[in-house]
Design a protein around this ligand. Sequence first.
Ligand SMILES: [Fe+2]
Ligand SMILES: [Fe+2]
Ligand SMILES: [Fe+2]
Length: 395
Amino acid sequence: MLVNRALFELCRLSDSLEGDDTFHQRRVCIISYELAREIGLDRGALSLLVRSALLHDIGLLTDSDKTETFRQIAYEEFSSLNRHAVLGGKVARFLNLHLDITNAINLHHTPHEENSSVLGNILFLADNVEIAYRSLTNPFAYDDLIGYLEQKKRIFDPSVFDALKRVAKRECFWFSLLEEHVDDSVRRIIDELPDDRADEKFETALIYLLSFMSDNVAPFYDRYTLFVKNIAVNMGYKLGLDSKLLHRASLLSHVGNLKIPYTLFSLPSLDEENYNIIKSHTFEGFGILNRMGFDREAELVLLHHENNLEEGYPCRVKPEGESAVLALATVVAAIMQDRPYRDAKSDDSIKKGLENFKELGIFDGELIDAVVDIDLNKVRETEDEYYNATKRLFT
Ligand SMILES: [Fe+2]
Ligand SMILES: [Fe+2]
Ligand SMILES: [Fe+2]
């Protein structure tokens, strides 16, 4: 896994929660990069800046009130801008990124006078440019945009503002900000910069961050992927399978839900069209994880709604090995929880249901035997320090 690639994908995900893409952080990344090059920052600093920009609003993903979606919370949080900046800085530290990135994110809403970070000052102006850009009815009305920012120019670092005026004369800068070009433009920037292989700490933190985000798409999903992990890892040990892979894939299993409009999760029943949208969380998750560099986990996540009868979705194939374990663990974890269309099942009725699965041949008997004697209370109660640490980031 390469760090910048993974951060780019995380950025795309947090820019486009519930399928509604703002492009904000990716545009801030492009604008920051062009400003910094114009000022003459070296490649090391450019790399830190790009990472800061891609992550700068990640702190908007708070879980201050689980009855609301991330997006709704995001708008509310704008009333206390610095809170999300500080939270974002904490997330950067959690991901084991450079301290300059934490500082830049912390200061991305702090005017020049009080802003001691070179990267923070660039981010601050780039953020303002992007927000002003989005309010333009004509995306080529650059003069209006620069004129508007001129009025509040004293809050920006003068050298960065001068760089903006020079950059703004180039057509290619504005073309790169158009929706259809944003992703290619960020990719070009990433390809130009040195990237490094993710260390274990980064990967683990990213996995828990994604797990926590996906468990917050709706209140009844609370700790869902944690339950999946507790079940799948236990089964993996018994069956002599790769428990580390199961641990990671379980926590990542529902990252695709972040792309689904949240209102669908609360419907008491689904028509075919909406059910198909819900089903796409498998494919969305596969794509996100693949692009991040979680190749093996992506394969398992793609197949987590398949079964032996080849009547699952989205590929209608029989899952094998770790894929089959994840598929069964997600079913068991789901029926342990309430959903809008049904209540949670009692532990006894879950066990009976599993025996039924065995008789009908939905999953292999060996798999059912591995899950049927798991103490489900332990699944509910087993704490995970890393998961708790992720939760504390946002509270
Ligand atoms: Fe922000
Ligand atoms: Fe922002
Ligand atoms: Fe699922």
